[in-house]
Design a binder for this molecule. Structure first.
Ligand code: SF4
Ligand code: SF4
Length: 163
């Protein structure tokens, strides 16, 4: 099995908010067409967002920077977003938080998780226990879900099969 990391999403986001976890993980070169997307943002929209039917975050955005795809996933166009944080204020579930808008200028703090060395460096750069190397598959019973082949996310999502 390929090496995988498990990110405790709540603790990781909390660390960024408190400026204790400056490391940011991305996948190069498959950054999407909307700008470089962090693992954190992809995971938050996939697992934390409640996919509101009439999404208030989209309605409030003055820049048309948020869009919902056919699967109900929200995407933020980073080239349109002006970091006004109106979506943070209006999101009733705390999905959109200020950690989305902390921009790292030190490229040394970005780690490409397609590279084994950088993946290990990312783990070391995060607070102890927040990101760990694991040898397992996703396990919804333990709130562990697969983001992609190299990343598992631990998050209490709202609509698991067990509910
Ligand atoms: S912070 Fe960005 S995505 Fe959120 S409402 Fe403002 S422009 Fe839109
Ligand atoms: S308001 Fe919050 S929970 Fe609802 S769709 Fe937008 S980001 Fe997701």
């Amino acid at each position: 099995m390929a090496k995988r990391i498990l990110i405790d999403l709540s603790r990781y986001r909390s660390g960024i908010d408190n400026n204790q976890s400056p490391a940011e993980a991305v996948f190069y070169p498959e950054a999407n067409l909307n700008g470089l997307k962090t693992i954190r943002e992809l995971a938050v929209f996939q697992f934390t967002c409640r996919k509101c039917e009439d999404a208030p975050c989209i309605n409030v955005c003055p820049s048309e920077a948020l869009e919902k795809d056919l699967d109900g996933l929200i995407h933020r166009f980073t080239n349109l977003c002006i970091s006004c944080k109106s979506c943070v204020t209006i999101c009733p579930f705390g999905t959109m938080m200020t950690d989305f808008f902390i921009h790292k200028i030190n490229k040394d703090l970005y780690f490409d998780l397609t590279d084994d060395h950088e993946l290990n460096e990312f783990i070391k750069a995060c607070p102890a226990g927040v990101v760990t190397m694991v040898d397992m598959d996703e396990n919804p019973e333990e709130n562990i879900y697969k983001l992609n082949d190299r990343v598992l996310i631990k998050e209490n999502i709202w609509n698991t099969d067990k509910q």
